[in-house]
Ligand binder design. Structure first.
Ligand code: C5P
Length: 316
């Protein structure tokens, strides 16, 4: 007998008795194609998301109301009320599951805030997975990804992880046929963040003064590169339509990109809307070397070597 398609949803529901800990990765965009502005104010995207091994962690415990505490990156800078995506994710899931939004949530952050690595979206994805387990809802990953779209454009991808194509405003995820390989990256973290809406606005300004949005197409060279194992080919296929706008708002990032490529990175690029810069390395030893060079160069706050792809939000 074959398993019903929704077997995952039909498992007995067991609410967690102890704390649930969920680890979630940061994302980079191997390709970020930005199209025209839609009626709802979002930009049409064709992007290739890639989850990398820089992690945040959300833990969820039973409680009689919904609370959030945090430690690590940006503690003290982030509001812990309903404007925090973690709280919003828990509320959206509780409404969808018909349960009270009661949990004591704690966030341990390493992913920088407003860094172009979707840290806030990652935390929301982790909250969805943690509360699903705490409340015994037993939602499938695909169900959680569908709910995640109401929380933010990048949240569905961070529930799923890996390497995936994002379309629509980024929330529609489809798998990418890729050879199982680990790629080695270095992330150069900046002091201070960049606001994603402001970078989109700058991109719109530049396009209004120039040629307008370019038509969006599938990133064929990147798709072909992901079916091979050659980092030189992958490096040549990376691209980010938001890079010029991020560089206009933060010109000093030019020196970060130069420092990485001078040190021997295969390619350097702004991550998402920035200000994190990402560099592709040949292998792990090369990534460790590049991270040390960038850390010592004084052009960035710090640099970390990471690998990708890694899975999305997972219970530990
Ligand atoms: O979806 P999310 O809330 O994370 O998006 C944050 C902001 O980024 C949006 O309010 C919008 O200004 C901008 N955005 C956009 N087009 C997208 C995704 C985000 O203009 N596809």
């Amino acid at each position: 007998m074959t398993e019903p398609l929704n077997a995952e949803r039909e498992r007995p529901r067991l609410a967690a008795s102890g704390p649930v800990r969920v680890r979630v990765p940061a994302k980079i965009n191997l390709h970020l194609g930005v199209g025209a502005i839609r009626r709802d104010g979002y930009h049409e995207l064709t992007t290739v998301y890639h989850a990398v091994s820089l992690y945040d962690e959300v833990s969820a415990r039973r409680g009689d109301q919904l609370t959030l505490t945090m430690e690590g990156e940006g503690a003290g800078d982030l509001p812990l009320d309903e404007s925090n995506l973690v709280i919003r994710a828990a509320q959206v899931l509780a409404a969808a599951g018909g349960v009270p939004a009661h949990a004591r949530l704690h966030l341990r952050k390493q992913i920088p805030i407003a860094g172009g690595l979707a840290g806030g979206s990652a935390d929301a994805a982790a909250a969805l997975v943690a509360c699903d387990a705490l409340w015994g809802l037993g939602r499938s990953r695909d169900d959680l990804a569908a709910i995640a779209a109401d929380v933010g454009s990048d949240v569905p991808f961070l529930v799923l992880g890996g390497t995936a194509l994002g379309t629509g405003r980024g929330e529609t995820i489809s798998p990418v046929l890729a050879r199982p390989t680990s790629w080695h990256w270095v992330l150069a973290l900046a002091e201070g963040g960049l606001s994603t809406p402001e970078v989109y606005l700058e991109l719109d300004r530049q396009r209004a003064a120039g040629l307008g949005p370019r038509p969006l197409g599938p990133p064929d060279p990147l798709m072909a590169a992901l079916r091979q194992r050659d980092p030189v080919i992958l490096g040549a296929a990376l691209g980010n339509d938001m890079q010029a706008a991020a560089l206009t708002l933060r010109p000093e990032l030019g020196a970060v990109l130069e420092a990485g490529t001078d040190a021997g990175a295969l390619t350097g690029m702004i991550s998402g809307s920035g200000p994190t810069c990402l560099f592709l390395a040949e292998d792990q030893a090369h990534a460790t070397f590049l991270a040390a060079e960038l850390s010592g160069s004084g052009v960035c706050r710090s640099a970390v070597a990471v690998t990708g792809p890694v899975p999305g939000a997972r219970v530990l």
